[in-house]
Design a protein around this ligand. Structure first.
Ligand SMILES: [Zn+2]
Length: 310
């Protein structure tokens, strides 16, 4: 069983390298899935939509990744190029923005340092945008020298507010969580937040657990719940593109707390890695999309915490 399990897991890890996190595209299942999800209806590779109830907030989607951009009379604030493995993806995003406005793109903000969200920034930099990210993202990118992902021009330590053409966008660092460089972006007037990968909407976490900070993430999520907002734009069109609510965030927090408690029990019994990872289940969340595929990644991360202290 162990060998079968590990073989399944390495298939999933290979899929990680080849494809985007939480891809909804058909992929080799990490474990024998009892029922494959229904085929997604055909949708265009690239799509831009204005967020209902706003005059200026848009979602740009490329495949299974998406980003927020805001149009103001003085220019555009864009986020995440989402062009990993898509050499023309950054320019295609710019072309979509140009269909909405002829104002210049003034800022490009990275949500965190993961390439599946920020590769493609070069096109924005070449178009004159100032690239902004958390300081830890800059430190990482300086080392990695990814060809299509420029190092930020400006960094955020804990908080920064960008004001442009009557729009205010807060950039908040709320601690270690999905990465060590996550910025929570909040539009106070629109009561919208853009948070990438930390809070999948009505979906099981999965491959993104690889550099997750389990205990610190719970603190981050509590801080996010305490902020004033009504709708959450996630970095993946989870739940059919529906925006998240505080209820969704509470569900993710409950899931992480349940995972932590369950694995602590197994870890304290000395069962990490193999036995614990086989026994680990989260029955209360078994109906979430991505449950079967995500469970081994969640188990591995929490075994690291409670079985090893990492
Ligand atoms: Zn990520």
């Amino acid at each position: 069983m162990t060998r079968v399990f590990l073989a399944s897991l390495s298939t999933a890890l290979l899929t990680t390298i080849a494809g985007p996190a939480w891809s909804q595209a058909p992929a080799a299942p990490a474990a024998p899935a009892p029922a494959a999800p229904a085929a997604q209806p055909a949708r265009p590779q690239i799509e831009t939509k204005k967020v209902d109830g706003t005059e200026n907030v848009y979602i740009f989607r490329n495949g299974n990744h998406q980003a927020m951009f805001i149009v103001t009379p003085e220019g555009v604030i864009a986020t995440d190029p989402v062009a990993y493995g898509r050499p023309t993806g950054g320019q295609q995003y710019i072309d979509e923005i140009k269909k909405v406005t002829d104002r210049p793109i003034r800022y490009l903000i990275y949500s965190h340092h993961h390439f599946d969200h920020i590769a493609g920034g070069k096109a924005f930099k070449d178009a004159g945008a100032t690239v902004v990210a958390h300081k830890r993202a800059k430190e990482r990118l300086e080392v990695l020298k990814h060809p299509n992902t420029p190092v930020p021009d400006e960094t955020v330590d804990t908080n920064r507010t960008i004001t442009l053409g009557g729009t205010t966008l807060e950039l908040n660092y709320v601690g270690l969580n999905h990465s060590d460089s996550t910025l929570v972006m909040r539009l106070p007037r629109e009561k919208i937040v853009f948070i990438v990968d930390l809070l999948p909407v009505a979906r099981m976490p999965g491959r993104g657990m690889i550099d997750f900070y389990p205990l610190e993430a719970e603190d981050s999520i509590k801080k996010i719940l305490a902020m004033d907002w009504e709708r959450l734009i996630p970095g993946h069109p989870d739940s059919g593109g529906r925006l998240g609510t505080k209820k969704d965030v509470e569900q993710q927090l409950a899931l992480l707390q349940a995972a932590s408690a369950e694995m602590k029990k197994l870890g304290d019994e000395g069962k990490c890695w193999d036995t614990a990872e086989k026994e680990f289940k989260l029955p209360d969340f078994a109906s979430l999309p991505g449950y079967e595929q995500g469970l081994p990644f969640v188990a591995r991360r929490y075994c690291g915490l409670w079985g090893r202290g990492t």
